[in-house]
Write a protein that binds this ligand. Sequence first.
Ligand SMILES: Nc1ncnc2c1ncn2[C@@H]1O[C@H](COP(=O)(O)OP(=O)(O)OP(=O)(O)O)[C@@H](O)[C@H]1O
Length: 692
Amino acid sequence: MAAGTSTPKTRRSTAEAMAKGQRDISVSEFFAKNKHLLGFDNPRKSLLTTVKEAVDNSLDACEEAGILPVIWVQLEPTQSGRYRVSIQDNGPGIVKKQIPLIFGKLLYGSKFHRLRMSRGQQGIGISAAGMNGMLTSGQPVKIVSKVSVRKPAHYFELQIDTKKNQPEIINGKGDGIDIPAGEKGRQYIEKAGIAWETVIPQEDGTSEDVTHGTRVTIELAAIYKKGRGSVDEYIEQTAIANPHITVHYIDPDGAKRSYWRSTTELPAEAKEIKPHPYGVELGHLMAMMSADSVNTVGQFLQSSFSCVTPAVARRICEAAGISSRVTTKKIGRDEADKVFHAMQEANIRPPATDCVVPIGQGLLLKGISTVVPGEFYAASSRPPAVYRGNPFIIEVALAYGGGPQTHAITRDEMNELIGQTDARTLRRFLMDTFNGVGSDGADKIMKQAGLKTRKSPANLTTKERLALHDALQNVSISEGQSMQVMRFANRVPLQFQAGACAITQAVMSMNWRSYGLTQSRGNLPNGPVSVMVHVASVWVPFTSESKEAVANYPEIEKELRLSLQFVGRKLGMFLRRRQRVKQEGERRSVFLRYLGEVAQAVHGMNGCNTQEVYDNLLEVAKKKTAEADVVLDERGKVIQDESELDLGEGVLIVDNAAKTVPAVDAAVKPAAAEEETAEEDEAVEQGDLFDA
Ligand SMILES: Nc1ncnc2c1ncn2[C@@H]1O[C@H](COP(=O)(O)OP(=O)(O)OP(=O)(O)O)[C@@H](O)[C@H]1O
């Protein structure tokens, strides 16, 4: 063999030998090996993903059935590194024969084949969570489901045969157990130790019986931690984006928290639509045509796509050079290609948008203002747009002001967070745990506490912990604080892969300096500001099956930019006005400090009436600094003068900072001016008199 030939003398294997190893791969085997693709890449995230998959399903099911959702979430430690997750809802329940398939077979669901806005879309979430539980704890998934008060409930213990992607029922001799309705069933549940909430507590202290719903219990290897990316954060953010839900949450320490709904109005029902011709790909069109094979091409186009009228179908066929009366069976590859191109070039109206239901400007404001402390809020809900034929809506809410998370923390909470962290350095701990604490903020806190950057949180002494807590509460990090971005897709919080998400990228690429915030190029802006961005669509383009980040489609990027600019402009107007009011207030303070003295001096020079001079000077000062009297109402409208600031719709001002200027009548009178004390001097320097 000549040197350099690519065929060696002896081959290691032959095509025949290799063929022996080539076989089907079951979808569950694939995902069991690639758990990270579904969000089970580490024990902490596995816990969150499990909760999320079950809660999202519960909310989808309740809303689809027109039921105001009540969800119970319980996390219980079972042994070291293991937790039992139980989620129950008051939804419609699941019929008996579907339960094993839903929880014991990957890629089985009701949402994949329809184009309608829902949290779930792939048909993989809950079965994958069950499979991960089974693989890491050896325990089956337990399901209780009840569809009506009169019918028996069903109880299943299931596992997945990953080789076949099929469910295995392990209780009731492979058939599950039926629990009779009524009192008998209640006694049976109690005796068998099956967990099931029987009453729905109401906020006013009354309660109702649970007559239908589903409870899923999964045990898994997991780590529970509070802070960013935690189950606690997920539940809190879910409550912001879903003001119509009530959640009762028990954390692993047994602490109970209830998030009560703030509206009893269910979101409008999302309509199902057919795909839009602009969104289809050639291969998909060919598959649809071969699956049809009975209709004429004209009928096929009208019945399979939205917005295709008889006239549009005719035009597409004409442009493709085929008869609209030929049956789809006779359409070959070349003709399909021509139809495809004709569809893309035809002038077709955009799809109907009632398949996407926004949260709405009012509820966005309500949601963000109840959970994020602040003094100024703005929200934008844009009209629907379309990417790849899929309608979508972008909504943005912004909160400004309010103390940072670090100021509200108790010593016990801080110690708990330190106990749970796996951060090696204190700096990393601060940055990972508290929203808005960037590297500058972390440095400031450590400097104030007199602690070294590389200090390990685990080694902090009691004295150091006290100093750290003190610093957390007192250091103002609003300058170095970076914007907190809360991302949502179809009302579900996205807590991981922020950097890969079109939402974060859109926020970072904006110039927030023109809206009064500081920002270094390509970074998140700084300041006590949070934004919540919601992408609602019939099909959210996630970057992976774990549904953590939204993909970059130019149409989505454009809508994101426009929505962010909308709230940014309102923030800019508010901050500019507040700045002007503050400056005028400062000027007035200076005037007021010297009016008394000037009046006295004039009196000394020409003997005129001190009070008269003072009153005249006061009148001038009042006029010159009139802007300091501006007061904005809660929608940002000026209510004390006819000045031009009108922040329009979608604005809420809670703590009207614009009001904090000295009232002229309460200002220092001539006599008092003579008795100015050092204390007052200091107060003026620090601007405290503005709060008079
Ligand atoms: N609590 C529940 N109540 C009623 N139906 C449910 C419940 N949980 C799941 N289902 C049904 O089971 C199906 C499969 O759920 P699964 O979580 O596997 O996928 P999905 O929600 O459709 O999509 P995704 O994989 O994106 O979450 C759902 O489509 C729904 O029809």
